[in-house]
Design a protein around this ligand. Structure first.
Ligand SMILES: Cc1cc2nc3c(=O)[nH]c(=O)nc-3n(C[C@H](O)[C@H](O)[C@H](O)COP(=O)(O)O)c2cc1C
Length: 258
């Protein structure tokens, strides 16, 4: 098995990288660590070329990253909370997410575990939801979304509860199955919720839940059917709409001139 760890932190002996090495050792797998902080990930230019089967015009490392994912058997997103959210390179990669279109079928077969490291239990924020969104938008088969409390480098190995989480991650990748933490969205394993019309809505998968997290209405976001509709109709449709309405929109933009 080839395990690919997507890591968005600079620390070489940090918790994210050490956790990836521990899990790989448990699995007896090959491990490649994708250190996003060392990679060139430019902003999306919103040209939509990739949605119409064209190569992305931006010359950076994103094509290589997508190929590396394609060549792996399983994915670990192992990365910390920085100021309540994921680190910037994680979001930078996610912003290029339209480029996954040709890979979606292959990526749907990649088992994925998310490990989000945080230094303070009361500052866990929503990074795990951002990591989950990356995993879901890339179409991975998410087995668990685990938050791990460890602040100092290697602190992950000091706490028994953390080692149990890493062992669980390795076991799921080896034997299959899914693990949902009690307070997570039952549909997608999301960790934060919005309140809308007196119910909870999971902002990651868009399912509606009651306050005991029973599903009122499950959304089909991130299913194979949804990807076809979103990429094929909704996103491509936006480009067609822009072409059709370009003159009117450019006219409207003139409001800020003179
Ligand atoms: C710039 C910066 C911001 C951080 N922000 C938070 C935070 O908002 N909440 C939190 O719980 N931990 C925060 N931390 C702590 C890290 O999440 C924690 O040290 C984590 O273990 C780092 O992972 P790593 O060792 O893999 O780099 C922050 C650390 C740094 C360096």
């Amino acid at each position: 098995m080839k395990l690919l760890a997507i890591v968005g932190t600079e620390r070489k002996i940090g918790n994210s990288i050490l956790a990836a090495k521990y899990i790989s050792k448990q699995l007896g797998s090959d491990l490649e660590i994708l250190r996003l902080t060392k990679m060139d990930i430019q902003p999306c230019k919103a040209c939509y070329a990739c949605l119409f089967g064209e190569e992305c015009k931006i010359e950076d490392d994103v094509n290589d990253i997508l190929k590396k994912i394609d060549e792996s058997d399983a994915i670990l997103i192992a990365s910390p909370v920085y100021i309540l959210d994921a680190t910037s390179k994680i979001k930078a990669l996610m912003d290029r997410g339209f480029m996954v279109l040709p890979y979606l079928e292959s990526y749907s077969k990649k088992s994925c575990i998310i490990l989000t490291f945080h230094g303070f239990k009361d500052m866990v924020g929503w990074a795990s939801a951002t990591h989950l969104t990356l995993a879901r938008f890339f179409g991975f088969n998410v087995l668990a979304n685990l938050e791990v409390n460890a602040a100092l480098p290697a602190e992950i190995f000091v706490k028994e509860e953390n080692l149990k989480k890493l062992d669980l991650a390795a076991r799921l990748l080896k034997e299959g199955g899914r693990h949902r933490e009690p307070d997570q969205c039952p549909v997608c394993f999301g960790t934060i919720f919005r309140i809308e019309n007196g119910n909870l809505v999971c902002p990651v998968c868009n399912s509606t839940l009651d306050f005991q997290l029973n599903v009122i209405e499950a959304s089909n976001r991130f299913t194979a059917e949804w990807f076809v509709k979103h990429f094929g109709e909704e996103l491509r449709g936006l480009k067609e709409k822009f072409i059709a309405e370009r003159e009117k929109l450019m006219e409207a933009a003139k409001i800020v001139e003179s």
